[in-house]
Design a protein around this ligand. Structure first.
Ligand code: PEP
Ligand code: MN
Length: 344
């Protein structure tokens, strides 16, 4: 960190700053220029926030050198990380297609949707058993019965499964069934939940909060990594904005923005980002073109009867068409949809 000292700071204040820096366990390097003094603060930056140093009289600016997220940063790990979900690989040129209904509703619906998305080339099956709904009167998910259905159907079609966990108390239960844990937008900064998921050995799909910055998202990933779980996949799913013709505003720039500073895979969820089946295919293609490591899409065989997020669900034939496009696009970009039946 570099401290820029106020031009009018007294000698006594500068000495005090140096003492405080030492007290905090850092080595200060004072550099006096003609008009300004700066102090280099050498040591582990993650232990002290720049804001706390700004409170020392005479400090004008505290400039971090390192990113506040350490384990998630490109500096920590130069290459692209590859996360395994079952045998499916995400990252490093391997694409995920996570597809399924918003919620697990019945065995029959899950089975039907899984059959179609598998035929289309999806490699991970999704479905929520615990649903975060805006209204407490809306369908809240089937709980453990839903987990059982998702597991059975995933096994039947040889697809690893991902499902959301909303509360630290559900983590053990969900981990007994799932291959990957989803942390939803509404829980991106539920720090106890992040830590709890960080203590498991399951890969985590971390969705961007609807009012979270890219830095907030990476700091939340850091929570999981700091507990020892290295398998985090980020997901851009749109943020709230003034635009009201789409459900959220898809921040496609987040993909290369994250990739420039973080080694973790990032996928895009155009279903929740747009809320509109007519926009999902174009945004899925854009995601792959932008360098995303996968796409996350809600599919339902009868959207009008869906218990959650019906209006944004793609029909099976729309999903099939889209996958054809995405496969061609991936090939042109020298990337591929990973498969669950390939050897390491
Ligand atoms: C979901 O995946 O169904 C979901 C609730 O997503 P998000 O957390 O992005 O809103
Ligand atoms: Mn949904």
């Amino acid at each position: 960190m570099i401290l820029v000292i106020r031009p009018d700071a007294s000698l006594a204040q500068i000495e005090h700053i140096v003492e405080r820096v030492k007290e905090l366990g850092y080595t200060p390097h004072v550099s006096r220029g003609e008009s300004r003094t700066i102090i280099g603060v050498i040591g582990d930056e993650t232990k002290t926030s720049p804001e706390s140093l700004l409170a020392i009289p005479g400090v004008e600016q505290a400039l971090p050198i390192m990113k506040p997220f350490k384990l998630a940063s490109r500096e920590f790990s130069k290459g692209d990380s590859v996360v395994h979900v079952g045998k499916v690989r995400i990252g490093g040129g391997n694409l995920a297609m996570i597809a399924g209904p918003c919620a697990v509703e019945t065995y029959e619906v899950m089975d039907t949707v899984a059959k179609y998305v598998k035929a289309g080339g999806a490699n991970i099956l999704r479905g929520g058993a615990f649903k975060p709904r805006t209204s407490p009167y809306a369908f809240q998910g089937m709980g453990e019965d839903g987990l059982k259905i998702l597991r059975d159907v995933g096994d039947k079609y040889d697809m690893p499964i991902v499902t959301e966990v909303m509360d630290p108390r559900q983590v053990d239960l969900v981990c007994r069934y799932t291959d990957m844990i989803q942390l939803g937008a509404r829980n991106m900064q539920n720090f106890d939940l992040l830590k709890e998921c960080g203590r498991t050995n399951k890969p985590v799909l971390l969705k961007r909060g609807m009012s979270a910055t890219v830095k907030d998202l990476l700091m939340s990933a850091e929570y999981i990594l700091a507990e020892g779980n290295k398998d985090v996949v980020l997901c851009e799913r749109g943020v709230r904005s003034f635009e009201d013709s789409t459900r959220n505003m898809l921040d496609m720039a987040a993909v290369p923005n994250v990739k420039g500073q973080c080694h973790l895979p990032i996928i895009v969820d155009p279903s929740h980002a747009t809320g509109r089946p007519d926009l999902i295919p174009a945004m899925s293609r854009a995601a792959v073109a932008a360098g995303a490591d996968g796409v996350h899409i809600e599919v339902h065989n009868c959207p009008e009867k869906a218990l959650s997020d019906g209006p944004q669900a793609l029909l099976p034939h729309q999903f099939l068409d889209l996958m054809g496009d995405l496969r061609r696009l991936a090939e042109a970009l020298n990337r591929r949809f990973s498969r669950n039946d390939e050897e390491e």
